[in-house]
Design a protein around this ligand. Structure first.
Ligand code: FAD
Ligand code: NAG
Ligand code: NAG
Ligand code: NAG
Ligand code: NAG
Ligand code: NAG
Ligand code: NAG
Ligand code: NAG
Ligand code: NAG
Ligand code: NAG
Length: 617
């Protein structure tokens, strides 16, 4: 598509009648069906790529997003209300469940992913952690591309990050290291904007037990070891998702940027697949597919697509940014995957690659809660409608008060399992990326984040996570219907090391709260945790019965060296074995970073966009 003045005029006219910026909800409103770049998924990474490519006015870009608009979704704006987005049946998440988790009592877990513009950055917990220097240096080593190393990636973290004052404008001196942050990026990042009484006790613990829990000035400086203040993708008391930031006015008004919501991609198509080498240049999608399950497999172009499917063309590249579940699913739907498995589903194989959907990595997480002798916890706010109305009104008028920050996200401890604590490393290679990389994390919560015990009360929690896990899982198709949910196996605890590490993490959480700082404040663990602490067997049962996912999956379309026998994309993020497709999202990380995954995803997307520009400029 070229952006002639007439096209621009048409788009402007269309916008007056039909859209929010250039966000369309109906394919019939698009100015054409051919674009230079078609991006599949308007999520965390996809919106970065859309923003950066449309900086060049000569490129036309279409984003296809399956989910709904993020506009006026209050629970996505108010940080403390984020849990409301995850309610089953709400349109803001994909209603995925996992396969029975064999090392966790065969439990089937709900597995949310963002289903609105901004993707998972519109529903996540907003933690901003880059991972360790070792994590990125390992990416460089396993891909053979030094461009993925920690130092080389710093400019991309900086392009993404816009360091912002916290909502309460408190003195942040000593709570972070300004030298490692950028104030000139796109996406807001800030320290907690409301001070809960728990916070000072956490900091006091670092002076009482510095050997176990040393203070860390900044968890984003490359060596995230110790207890430090959390940084969140929050700006002026509101969530800063990729939709709020990268698609803000005036960016969304660029005449070369088109975003279509309610557009679920089924497949990418190769018009000349029969001639040997595969080049993908078309994208097939449907509008309003939620809940509908009828689809007939057909071979294009001999059979015409069913009428409810649409096709758009990418003149330069298709960029798949549908996330760690969606991206491998689109590839598999399209015949890119293990030949035998695809054949068993009746899907013609275009590119035989057994790595698609394999090697998925997720962090196991357990929520541990304690009763506290205080009314200054979230329960007193979110479970009291009178108080909640007052606070929401305050948030709305001033962007101040307890709703400007998240329930879990004030501070965190990133820790290593020391040699003395464990003989595990004599039996099991250390899965962490290096000696400056944490094994486990404790995240504090100002309230209970599981179900409320019948007796009520006030709570704090310490969530424990194994941030450098060894287990691997997979994404696979359940049927040949591209609109059916895939099979999501997180592999939680399938490697005994992860179970072992979780046991140590929970014991460290108990130790953390045993210090003087907590005397008279922490009353006792809630019942299920109290039971678990009676014996090692009880603790093991508690872990298997309560473990959930940190929701940080990566690796299902992993990068590997150009001629490796495994992996899905090359270090330049181009799909192996075909042309025309790049994958840019969390799925390309071959190992999970030792923290939360959105900041690495943003930085990877910034570099990915740069790689595309270098090729086509
Ligand atoms: C509940 C929750 C809490 C989290 N908390 C944190 C946190 O606090 N900090 C942190 O760093 N990380 C957190 N994460 C993880 C982090 O948010 C993700 O790793 C990251 O946002 C992934 O980005 P992505 O671009 O890979 O995918 P996404 O942001 O999920 O983007 C994928 C997009 O593609 C769309 N899509 C998928 N399939 C199709 C299709 N077939 N057709 C069209 N569109 C499609 C989706 O709707 C979505 O918009 C959390 C995740 C969850 C689920
Ligand atoms: C899109 O618009 C066309 C023409 O106005 C209409 O027939 C169709 O039902 C609309 N589709 C959706 C999904 O709203
Ligand atoms: C912030 O606190 C630091 C030390 O805690 C102090 O040196 C500095 O003067 C304070 N800044 C302001 C603006 O009060
Ligand atoms: C397939 O088509 C694309 C463009 O449509 C072209 O660049 C490529 O060379 C073709 N491949 C073959 C094998 O014909
Ligand atoms: C999984 O990743 C490892 C490297 O981390 C690689 O050796 C192996 O071949 C991969 N397996 C698949 C199925 O891609
Ligand atoms: C709920 O909040 C209101 C307003 O702060 C307060 O007056 C009331 O006592 C609270 N109710 C309970 C049960 O704590
Ligand atoms: C916020 O304030 C505006 C303007 O007064 C009002 O229209 C809107 O309904 C308020 N929103 C909430 C959630 O209170
Ligand atoms: C897989 O498909 C079968 C048959 O359609 C269905 O019964 C089952 O619920 C599906 N599983 C998942 C996890 O969607
Ligand atoms: C709660 O704190 C008060 C003082 O603030 C103290 O008197 C009381 O003993 C504490 N209760 C418990 C159960 O620790
Ligand atoms: C991969 O193999 C091709 C063909 O043999 C070769 O041209 C290319 O240099 C190789 N790439 C690397 C990184 O080794």
């Amino acid at each position: 598509m070229n952006s002639s003045p007439r096209t621009v005029l048409l788009i402007l006219l269309a916008c007056f009648s039909a859209c929010l910026g250039t966000v369309y909800d109906n394919v019939t409103r698009l100015p054409g069906l051919t674009f230079d770049f078609v991006i599949l998924g308007g999520g965390t990474a996809g919106n970065v790529v859309a923003h950066r490519l449309t900086e060049n006015p000569a490129f036309s870009v279409l984003v296809l997003e399956a989910g709904v608009s993020n506009k006026d979704v209050l629970d996505s704006e108010v940080p403390a209300l984020g849990a409301g987005l995850l309610v089953p049946g709400a349109p803001y998440t994909w209603s995925y469940v996992t396969t029975p988790q064999t090392a966790a009592e065969n439990r089937v877990l709900r597995y949310p992913r963002g289903h609105l513009l901004g993707g998972t950055s519109s529903i996540n917990g907003m933690w901003y952690t880059r991972g360790s220097q070792d994590d990125f240096d390992r990416y460089a080593e396993v891909t053979g591309d030094p461009g993925w190393g920690w130092l080389a990636m710093q400019p991309y973290f900086r392009k993404n990050e816009k360091w912002t004052e916290p909502a309460d404008h408190h003195n942040t001196s000593g709570q972070f290291d300004p030298s490692v942050h950028s104030t000139t990026g796109i996406n807001s990042v800030s320290l907690p904007g409301f001070q809960w009484p728990m916070f000072s006790r956490v900091i006091k613990t670092t002076t009482e037990m510095p050997d176990d829990f040393p203070f860390m000035l900044d968890m984003n400086a490359g060596i995230p070891l110790g207890v430090g203040w959390a940084q969140s993708t929050i700006g002026h008391g509101a969530r800063s998702s990729s939709a709020v930031s990268y698609l803000a006015t005036p960016f969304i008004e660029r005449p070369n940027l088109h975003v279509l919501i309610n557009a679920q991609v089924s497949r990418v198509l190769s018009i000349n697949a029969s001639r040997g080498s595969i080049h993908f240049s078309q994208v097939e999608f449907s509008q309003d597919r939620r809940g509908k399950h009828s689809y007939h497999v057909y071979i294009f172009p001999s059979n015409q697509p069913p009428t409810e499917l649409f096709i758009v063309n990418a003149a330069k590249e298709i960029i798949i940014s549908a996330g760690s579940v969606g991206s491998p699913q689109i590839l598999l739907n399209s015949g890119v995957g293990d030949r035998t498995t695809l054949a068993s589903l009746g899907i013609p194989c275009l590119v035989d690659n057994p790595s698609v959907g394999q090697n998925l990595s997720e962090q196991p997480l357990v929520s541990n809660s304690w009763f506290v002798n205080s009314t200054q916890t979230f329960e007193s706010y979110t479970q009291n409608d009178t108080q909640l109305t007052l606070d929401l009104d305050r948030w709305n008028r001033t962007r101040q008060g307890p709703l400007v920050s998240t329930i879990v996200g004030g501070q965190a401890a990133f820790l290593r399992i020391s040699e003395e604590e464990s003989t595990i490393f004599q039996q099991h290679p250390d899965p962490a990326a290096g000696n400056n990389t944490p094994h486990i994390e404790l995240q504090n919560g100002i309230g209970l984040d599981t179900s409320v015990p019948a007796e009520g009360g006030n709570f704090i929690s310490l969530q424990t996570a194994v941030v450098s896990p060894a287990s691997r899982g997979s994404i696979a198709l359940n049927t040949s219907d591209p609109f059916q949910a895939p099979l999501i196996d997180l592999g939680l605890f399938v490697d005994d090391y992860d179970f072992f590490a979780m046991r140590i993490a929970i014991k460290k959480a108990v130790k953390f709260l045993s210090g003087n700082a907590w005397k008279g404040y922490v009353i006792r663990p809630i019942d299920d945790l109290a039971q678990a602490l009676i014996s090692d067997d009880a603790l093991d049962a508690y872990m298997r019965n309560t473990v959930i996912a940190a929701c940080h999956i990566v690796g299902s379309a992993a990068m590997s060296p150009e001629n490796a026998t495994w992996g899905v994309v090359n270090p330049d993020l181009l799909l192996k074995g075909a042309t025309g497709i790049r994958i840019i999202d969390a799925s390309v990380m071959p190992y999970i970073p030792s923290g939360h995954t959105q900041a690495p995803t943003y930085a990877i997307a910034e570099r990915g966009a740069d790689l595309i520009k270098q090729k086509w400029m």
